[in-house]
Design a protein around this ligand. Structure first.
Ligand code: GTP
Ligand code: MG
Length: 232
């Protein structure tokens, strides 16, 4: 079961003043138009049509909020790079996306989605270089991994990882992802759950599990630090 399966559409925000007031933590999804942002949100939520997916680039125009749990959100951002009037792009960036990404308190991290066949376009680099000084983490999804062979996937992953090392510090990570094949979901869930402060089910299950049955393969002395959370 996907970790974010309870995600529901919350609201569309066209003005900064309309940002949800109750947000505790939220993760934004950014990337070129058509890179697969909305598809990635749907895949992580285990849904077909939660976020709007289109063959026509540039269809997500505002900030779309999806509730994961009380006060915890995914935010689907408008894609960049799709030919729009320069004036329109500037207005959207200066009026909404720029201030949102630089000043939104509950924003705990940015997912940058890049088509694995074309990582680090100039516009991706502009966004990343602009966001890095905020000090918040970036997780890169190399999307549409199904379009590459295994060998090509390994190569692009290695190249992008090498680039992240150049950025220094430990705030940046990358993985392959395919909404079509549903690959990379658990890896993404682990990163995003960590950022959002949402407990992974495996961890919760482990913590709530009683001592193993006598004679079962796991029937050893319980290790220190494991077990239930009683007493907290
Ligand atoms: N093969 C393949 N196609 C994908 C994948 N993810 C998305 N697509 C396709 O790519 C196109 C764009 O996907 P969207 O999720 O709408 O992209 P977006 O980044 O939200 O686009 P904008 O909202 O325009 O910025 C659609 O035709 C999707 O079906 C994937 O993992 N594999
Ligand atoms: Mg979209």
């Amino acid at each position: 079961m996907p970790l974010f399966q309870n995600a529901v559409f919350h609201t569309t925000v066209a003005n900064l003043r309309d940002l949800p007031q109750d947000a505790i933590s939220e993760v934004a999804f950014a990337g070129r138009s058509n890179a697969g942002k909305s598809s990635a949100i749907n895949t992580l939520a285990g849904r077909v049509r939660l976020a709007f997916v289109s063959k026509t680039p540039g269809r997500t125009q505002h900030l779309n909020y999806f509730t994961l749990a009380a006060g915890k959100y995914f935010v689907d951002l408008p894609g960049y790079g799709y030919a729009k009037a320069p004036e329109e792009i500037r207005t959207q960036w200066e009026g909404l996306i720029g201030p949102y990404l630089s000043r939104r308190g509950p924003l705990v991290g940015l997912v940058v989605i890049m088509d694995c066949r074309r990582p680090f376009t100039e516009l991706d680099c502009n966004l990343i270089n602009w966001f890095r000084p905020t000090g918040r983490p970036i997780h890169i999804l190399l999307s549409k991994a199904d379009k590459l062979s295994r060998q090509e996937q390994t190569k692009v992953l290695r190249e992008v990882k090498a680039e992240l090392v150049n950025w220094g510090e430990g705030r940046y990570s990358v993985q392959l992802f395919s909404s079509l094949k549903k690959t990379g979901v658990e890896e993404a869930e682990a990163v995003l759950a960590g950022w959002l402060g949402i407990e992974l089910p495996q961890k919760a299950a482990k913590e709530n599990k009683g001592p193993p049955d006598k004679g079962s393969p796991g029937a050893k002395m319980p290790q220190q630090g494991q077990g239930t959370r009683s007493g907290r």
